[in-house]
Design a protein around this ligand. Structure first.
Ligand SMILES: NC(=O)c1ccc[n+]([C@@H]2O[C@H](COP(=O)([O-])OP(=O)(O)OC[C@H]3O[C@@H](n4cnc5c(N)ncnc54)[C@H](OP(=O)(O)O)[C@@H]3O)[C@@H](O)[C@H]2O)c1
Length: 151
């Protein structure tokens, strides 16, 4: 399932016989979902990232912290950002229509970020979404539901 934040996730898990396996939520270095993740772990729901490259927002592809760490490993900033999520136990589904980028986005398993590097990337977290505005905004919910007033 997608975009279930802790309030709704707890509600859903409480009333379902089968707990959902995966919850896909906006997650990237600028919005790391540290709080929401605690509840997913508690409920035994796997955390999956949509927008793992922040859809390029906030200067993601030119971020200096990521590029500097990447240079030490012979990797790009995006690879560092994806590896960071993997090391935090997040499932990632980066999207690209370019074959070479798809290949680059898969080359994540031949290096490991150090504790110090992980700590540095943790500092990039703004704790706010950068792609999709709040899923708690009723106007956004109406938009998703294609909601039209009765009559
Ligand atoms: N459940 C939900 O509510 C939800 C919401 C949004 C998205 N999603 C899903 O999440 C997945 C990925 O998220 P997303 O597409 O929103 O964002 P994303 O993966 O964070 O970013 C995709 C963007 O990054 C570019 N890109 C990819 N790899 C790159 C690289 N190595 N170097 C430079 N640019 C690169 C892509 O351009 P090119 O394609 O031109 O390479 C595309 O513009 C998709 O499968 C999508 O369907 C789910």
């Amino acid at each position: 399932m997608s975009n279930f934040y802790p309030d709704h996730l707890i509600d859903l898990c409480h009333f379902m016989d089968i707990v959902p396996a995966v919850n896909q939520v906006e997650t990237h270095v600028f919005f790391q979902q540290v709080e929401a993740r605690k509840y997913m772990d508690e409920l035994d729901v796997r955390h999956m990232s949509w927008g793992p490259l922040a859809e390029g927002k906030n200067g993601f592809f030119t971020n200096e912290t990521l590029a500097t760490i990447g240079a030490k490993h012979g990797k790009t900033g995006p690879q560092v950002a994806l590896r960071y999520l993997l090391q935090r136990g997040v499932i990632v589904i980066p999207k690209s229509v370019h074959k070479e980028r798809m290949a680059q986005n898969l080359q994540l398993f031949d290096f490991t970020l150090t504790y110090a590097e992980m700590t540095e990337i943790l500092k990039l977290d703004t704790t706010q979404p950068v792609i999709m505005p709040s899923h708690h905004d009723p106007e956004i919910t109406k938009m998703f539901m294609g909601f039209a007033p009765r009559g």
